[in-house]
Design a protein around this ligand. Structure first.
Ligand code: IPE
Ligand code: IPE
Ligand code: MG
Length: 228
């Protein structure tokens, strides 16, 4: 029985649309409110003793199926979020990283992402990873293709892990908000031994206080990793 600290937290931020609908608002208002929650949770993680990385699922490879107007709104929101976030990143020592198929985004958004990564690259308190146009099957397929292009005909687990876009560390805890209990193609490889918490709270209503309660609960769990 080993109690391990959370080093890598992953979050599937879900429920923005329902949050807005419950208030008679357009779904876009839910996404705006959700962006505020990302800031609050990132700040909490930066001050947490053991958390080194927090990975947020912000846009999946399947989210292109949404109405064009919603997708366009999300792209603009991401750009504004990153532009406004620099102060928070610098103030709390947060390094920003993006994972996903970024080349499908507009050139200007790709530039914004690269610039934000560049400006924050020496921050060491916390790494905030945003999964953007991310799909786990696509990530694993990309890793295998990369290894084959290097001439490998057989690969090890270690090599696949290192070839993924997220070679940080395995995930200790996954949280999904809004009551849905599925992975929606998120970090399938990296979640192999993660603990899971599903909360009915809609993402814009999720708070640092709730996260704090979840981390305290996590610390009580016994993770055996197949041992005794
Ligand atoms: C999560 O909230 C944000 C994204 C997937 C971009 P949703 O937009 O999925 O909200 P619901 O699930 O419709 O309530
Ligand atoms: C998962 O949420 C993707 C993100 C949070 C970015 P979705 O709302 O897209 O997932 P499904 O469609 O309910 O599985
Ligand atoms: Mg959803």
């Amino acid at each position: 029985m080993s109690k391990t600290p959370i080093k890598h937290l992953a979050i599937i931020m879900d429920g923005n649309g329902r949050w807005a609908k419950n208030r008679g608002l357009n779904r876009s208002k839910g996404h705006e409110a959700g962006a505020e929650t990302i800031r609050e949770i990132t700040t909490y993680c930066a001050s947490h003793i053991s958390i080194e990385t927090v990975t947020f699922y912000a846009f999946s490879t399947e989210n292109w199926k949404r109405p064009k107007l919603e997708v366009e709104f999300l792209m603009r929101l991401l750009d504004t979020y990153l532009k406004n976030e620099i102060d928070t990143y610098q103030k709390h020592g947060v390094r920003f990283k993006a994972i996903g198929c970024l080349h499908q985004f507009s050139k200007s958004l790709q530039k914004r992402i690269a610039k934000t990564e560049e400006l924050t690259k020496t921050n060491t308190n916390l790494t905030q990873v945003l999964a953007l146009n991310y799909g786990s099957r696509s990530e694993i397929t990309g890793a295998v293709n990369k290894l084959m292009a290097e001439g490998k005909t057989s690969v090890t687990e270690k090599e696949i892990s290192a070839a993924l876009q997220t070679p940080y560390t395995d995930i200790d805890l996954l949280i999904r908000t809004s009551g849905e209990q599925r992975l929606s193609n998120f970090l399938l490889w990296q979640l192999s031994y993660a603990e899971f918490t599903f909360t009915p709270t809609l993402w814009p209503d999720f708070t640092a206080k709730e996260l704090d309660d979840i981390t305290i609960d996590f610390e009580q769990r016994s993770r055996r990793f197949g041992g005794l």
